[in-house]
Design a protein around this ligand. Structure first.
Ligand code: C5P
Length: 409
C-alpha cells in the first residue's frame, strides 16, 4: 500500500518513527510529510532514513513533479500522527499552506488521525467542533488515550500507541467485505448486575469489549446490528453509542436481558450471546440499604437461579436462525476442551466461543484467544475434532467468529 504519514508538531512525533518502521516492515511504501513544527521534534534525516524516501515540507521543491498534489493522488491511505490541535483546525478549514495541507486536499484516500495534545486543548469547543467536522467528512479518529502527558499532567491527550494506529489504519484502508449484508444480528454484551439493595449489586468483570467487537465487525461487514447492552465499561458504551449503524438497548439484570434478547431474537437471523449473565439473583431485593445491624458478623443472601437465556432461545429457534454462545472458563488444556464440548451440547448452540479467563486473563484486555466449537452443516457435533483456536485483538477474533458463522450457514 502507498501510505502517506503526516507528522505534525508534537512531542509524540518521536513515536511516529516506530509507526513508520512498522509500516515499512509490513511491506508498505511510505512517504513522510512533516510540518515545520514536527521537524523541531524529529529531524528530516531521521524521516528519510526510516521511510527510505526523500522528505520535504515545502510546496516549492520538485515543482515539475507537482509534488504538492502527487503524493495525495497516489496515496491509498493517509495517517496523521501525531495530529496537533492546530493541524486538526487547519484540516477542518481546508487550509493548504504547506505540503501536508495540499496533500490532504488532493487525496481521496481514507484519512486516519491520531490526535495528541493536552487535555484542555482536546476538550476545547473549537477542537471538539473540528473533530466533529472531520468525522462527518469521513476522517477516522484513533485516540487520544488517557494517561500521563508531557509536563506531569495526566488525562485524555496521549497519542495512541503506534502499533494500534497501524492496525486501525490498515483496517480502515482494507476494502471491507460485505459478506454479512442482509443479515439481522442481535448481540448481547457486558455483565448483568443483580441488585441486592438500592445501592449494591452482584456483578462481574465483563467490560463488554469482546461483545462490542463482535457487533462492530458485523456492522462493518454489512449486517443490521442490534446490541443488547448489559453493564459496559464507559469507553465501550461511548463507542457503541457513537456508531450510527448500531442500535443499542440497555439492560441491567439477567431478567431484563432475557426479555430484550427474546424480543430481538424474533427478528434476528443470528443471535450472539456474548454477555456475562449472572447465574443467580438475590431472592428478596431489599427496598432499603442493608445495614450491619444484625450483629454476628456474617450475612447470608439467598440466591435463586436465573433462567438460562440461551437455552430459551435455542428452544424457540426460528428456522434458519443461528445461535452462538460464549463460555468463559478458568479450566485449561484437555479439561477446558471437555467442559466446552459438553457445554455446547447441553446449550444446543450452533457455535460456542470459549474464552480462557483468569485473574489476569480475558478481562480488560485488548487481545483474546477464543476456541470455536461448531456443529457441522448436518447438525452433527464436531466437538471431538480439534476446535479452531484464534488469537488476536478482540476485533480479529470477532471476525474469525463471523467467518465461522458464515461457514455454518
Ligand atoms: O453456562 P455459562 O454461563 O458458562 O454459559 C455461558 C453462555 O450462556 C453465554 O453465551 C451466556 O451469555 C449464556 N447464558 C445465558 N443465560 C444465563 C447464563 C449464561 O444465556 N443465565
Amino acid at each position: 500500500m502507498f501510505v502517506v504519514v503526516g507528522v505534525t508538531g508534537g512531542i509524540a512525533a518521536y513515536k511516529t518513527v516506530s509507526l513508520v518502521r512498522d509500516l515499512i516492515r509490513g511491506g508498505h511504501e511510505v512517504h513522510v510529510i512533516p510540518t515545520e513544527g514536527a521537524l523541531r521534534f524529529v529531524g528530516l534525516p531521521t524521516w528519510e532514513a526510516i521511510s527510505r524516501n526523500p522528505v520535504t515540507t515545502s510546496l516549492h521543491d520538485d515543482v515539475p513533479q507537482v509534488r504538492h498534489v502527487a503524493l495525495g493522488q497516489h496515496a491509498d491511505l493517509v495517517i496523521i500522527a501525531p495530529a496537533t490541535a492546530n493541524t486538526l483546525a487547519k484540516m477542518a478549514a481546508g487550509i493548504a499552506d504547506d505540503l501536508l495541507g495540499t496533500t490532504l486536499l488532493a487525496t481521496v484516500a481514507p484519512v486516519v488521525v491520531a490526535p495528541a495534545m493536552h487535555s484542555e486543548m482536546w476538550r476545547h469547543p473549537a477542537t471538539v467542533a473540528n473533530i466533529e467536522t472531520l468525522r462527518a467528512r469521513g476522517v477516522r479518529v484513533i485516540g487520544p488515550e488517557d494517561g500521563a502527558l508531557t509536563g506531569g499532567d495526566s488525562g485524555p491527550g496521549r497519542m495512541s500507541e503506534p502499533e494500534s494506529i497501524v492496525r486501525f489504519a490498515l483496517e480502515v484502508a482494507a476494502p471491507l467485505r460485505q459478506d454479512l449484508a442482509g443479515l439481522r444480528i442481535a448481540v448481547t454484551a457486558g455483565g448483568t448486575r443483580e441488585p441486592i439493595d438500592p445501592v449494591r449489586f452482584l456483578g462481574n468483570r465483563s467490560s463488554g469489549r469482546q461483545g462490542l467487537a463482535v457487533a462492530l465487525a458485523a456492522a462493518d461487514r454489512g449486517a443490521d446490528v442490534h446490541l443488547i447492552a448489559a453493564h459496559l465499561d464507559a469507553d465501550v458504551r461511548a463507542t457503541a453509542s457513537a456508531d450510527p449503524r448500531i442500535r443499542v438497548t440497555d439492560v441491567g439484570t439477567a431478567t431484563e436481558l432475557q426479555s430484550a434478547t427474546t424480543d430481538a431474537a424474533t427478528h434476528a437471523d443470528v443471535v450472539v450471546m456474548a454477555a456475562a449473565v449472572a447465574d443467580y439473583r438475590v431472592a428478596a431485593v431489599s427496598e432499603r440499604k442493608l445495614t450491619k445491624e444484625s450483629g454476628d458478623g456474617t450475612r447470608t443472601l439467598e440466591l435463586v437461579e436465573n433462567p438460562d437465556i440461551v437455552a430459551g432461545l435455542v428452544a424457540e429457534r426460528r428456522p434458519g436462525q443461528t445461535i452462538v454462545g460464549f463460555a468463559a472458563e478458568t479450566a485449561t488444556g484437555d479439561e477446558l476442551l471437555a467442559r466446552a464440548a459438553r457445554k455446547r451440547e447441553r446449550k444446543g448452540v450452533d457455535l460456542l466461543a470459549v474464552n480462557e479467563v483468569g485473574w489476569d486473563r480475558g478481562f480488560e484486555t485488548t487481545d483474546n484467544t477464543l476456541l470455536l466449537l461448531t456443529r457441522d452443516a448436518h447438525g452433527d457435533a464436531h466437538d471431538d475434532a480439534q476446535p479452531a483456536s484464534v488469537t488476536g485483538t478482540k476485533r480479529e477474533v470477532a471476525d474469525a467468529l463471523w467467518d465461522a458463522v458464515l461457514r455454518l450457514r
